[in-house]
Design a protein around this ligand. Sequence first.
Ligand code: SAH
Length: 225
Amino acid sequence: MLARKRMIETIEAETKYTRRMTGRSTLNSCVIDTMRRVPRDEFVPSSVKDFAYNDSPLSIGHGQTISQPFIVALMTDLLQPQADDVILEVGTGSGYQAAILSQLVKQVYSVEVIETLAGEASKALQRLGYHNVEVKVGDGSQGWQEHAPYDGIIVTAAAPFVPPALIDQLKPLARLVIPVGLPYMSQSLLLIEKDEKGEISTRDVLAVAFVPLVSDSENQETQET
Ligand code: SAH
């Protein structure tokens, strides 16, 4: 598919363009192959399907967006996914990032605070055969204790600070990829690593712009008004 091929070329160009900030001039070929295979058009509303392979975020309703493909690829690469990994995603949204991860690891658990989005994402993932993803409705800043600890955690909404529960739910030598900063302002994509002793190190990878990570109660309010 030509559009998907162009998307990959754009991701590769963006990777080179941002290499001084990210320290990556190429992404892992498994990540690129997965981005080539997963149909992004199946995860967006019909109104924006024509733009599904543009390297840009797209509206998925409820004031939320499916992330820019380059950012999905970069965050996936930073997580260094391994075939045996169990990964937690916070912010299921469309389910696209979860689908990408599901092809690279053993199991993905994903938490979404907006019930309708969680339901739609779950349905799309099942329909397309991504059976190693489980989605639940809830406040992902609390993580998902039942399946913890994780080999990696990816957060796809910007938090004002790193939620402590997510650090707790990382295994030793595991990674957390998370945008941190104020809503709709420039935020920092952080790569946080836990060492064997449980000590944390943080690297600021790139300036990014994500929708905010909200708490459960905030979400109730926005849905009611
Ligand atoms: N990974 C998604 C991107 C979705 S945008 C994709 O591939 O499409 C971020 C998502 O995070 C939104 O759907 C938003 O509702 C959700 N979100 C915001 N705060 C959250 C929270 N506290 N817990 C879980 N999900 C949250």
